[in-house]
Design a protein around this ligand. Structure first.
Ligand SMILES: Cc1cc2nc3c(=O)[nH]c(=O)nc-3n(C[C@H](O)[C@H](O)[C@H](O)COP(=O)(O)O)c2cc1C
Length: 345
């Protein structure tokens, strides 16, 4: 009798232990946690690099972009990059995603979907919108705005190949996500908007966005500036525009949700002591009233001078802070000191 009771007790104890383990961590679930600005991801709590270059996720226009190869491989898929066509081909189970750098159209199993933010090459790295990709492959996506983390969960009992997961995920990846699922991802209130013809201002803008935790938007000319257009010793396009009060070069694309930002850094190169006229186009394209505008520029040697003041009449009702000039070699420390000196709420 004693023996029977002992065996029964052991069996009950074993069952209880097994149940406890299961409740804490569903067996077979895969979780990948990513943090904005951190090059390390946690794969089921194990630290791994997102890529070999120490690239960290960034937020662009309220969406998180990062190199996705390691993540796709963690869920058993594959990633192919075609540098000629600037396209990415992702495969997980039966699902295939095609993305193109700079294009808002992505294809899931050959069906077109409109992205909120296009894939981009940032700092030489191919950065892709993770929410669309993860949800299309049937993963759950959770954003924690306080911790600035994104957790992707692949449920063990929810195969990524299933048709159902594809249907649900793609719906969530497009319009409905903006309104409902990522209010916190959309809550960023600082924007860095910049124009850069040869990359100097771009480098500074990226450092400012990183340091201030801001979204970033590149003001892209409808007609790109060629080297000839910028050859200021000739009668070039940029000189003509700078000498024409009415010149307003067209911009390709727009800032979505400008209303969500209350602080906007605007960055530009100095052209003949002033902001390029495309900045005037930009300032006239949005309602900046009630917003704080913080100008910055890069130049060969000229100060920011009157370049920002001369745009103030284009954004009436805004609170303009003093602008700052940087050299193309400005360090992160220079930029951090400047940001810390500003009274950004
Ligand atoms: C048309 C033109 C005019 C320029 N005028 C000035 C100037 O007045 N003062 C100055 O210091 N640099 C001047 N520059 C140099 C740029 O301001 C400088 O290279 C800047 O960092 C370029 O930024 P970007 O690479 O973001 O375009 C001029 C450049 C161009 C193309």
């Amino acid at each position: 009798m004693k023996k029977i009771l002992l065996t029964l007790f052991t069996v009950i104890l074993f069952c209880m232990t097994a149940l406890t383990v299961n409740a804490a961590e569903p067996e077979g679930n895969l979780t990948i946690q990513l943090k904005i600005d951190s090059p390390v991801m946690l794969v089921n709590s194990e630290e791994k690099n997102i890529d070999e270059n120490g690239t960290a996720p960034v937020i662009v226009n309220s969406r998180t972009l990062l190199p996705v190869r390691a993540i796709v491989e963690e869920i058993g898929g594959s990633a192919e990059w075609d540098s000629k066509t600037k396209t990415v081909d992702l495969q997980s189970g039966d699902d295939n995603i095609k993305l193109e750098i700079g294009s808002l159209t992505a294809y899931l199993n050959n069906e077109p979907y409109t992205l909120d933010v296009p894939p981009a090459i940032i700092g030489g790295r191919t950065m892709l919108p993770i929410r669309f990709i993860a949800e299309s492959f049937g993963l759950e996506v959770d954003w924690d705005s306080e911790e600035q983390t994104i957790t992707l969960t692949k449920k063990a009992d929810q195969p990524t190949e299933s048709d159902t997961s594809t249907e649900v995920s793609t719906e969530a990846s497009t319009e409905s996500v903006t309104a409902e699922e990522t209010p916190s991802e959309s809550a960023n209130h600082i924007l860095v908007a910049y124009f850069s013809a040869t990359g100097n201002t771009k480098g500074v803008a990226e450092k400012i966005a990183d340091t201030a935790g801001a979204d970033i938007y590149e003001i892209t000319p409808e007609i790109p500036y060629t080297a000839d257009d910028l050859d200021y010793n000739t009668d070039c396009r940029s000189n003509k525009e700078q000498n024409d009060d009415n010149a307003r070069p067209e911009i390709s694309g727009t800032v979505e949700n400008m209303e969500q930002y209350d602080t906007v850094f605007i960055g530009y190169p100095i052209w003949w002591g002033q902001a390029p006229k495309i900045m005037y186009t930009f300032m006239e394209s949005y309602d900046f009233s009630g917003k704080t505008i913080i100008p910055f520029c890069t130049s060969g040697s000229s100060p920011i001078g009157s370049s920002a003041e001369n745009m103030q009449s284009l954004a009436e009702g805004a609170d303009w802070l003093e602008g700052q000039r940087f050299s193309s070699a400005a360090s992160t420390d220079d930029i951090t000191d400047w940001i810390n000196s500003l009274d950004i709420k």
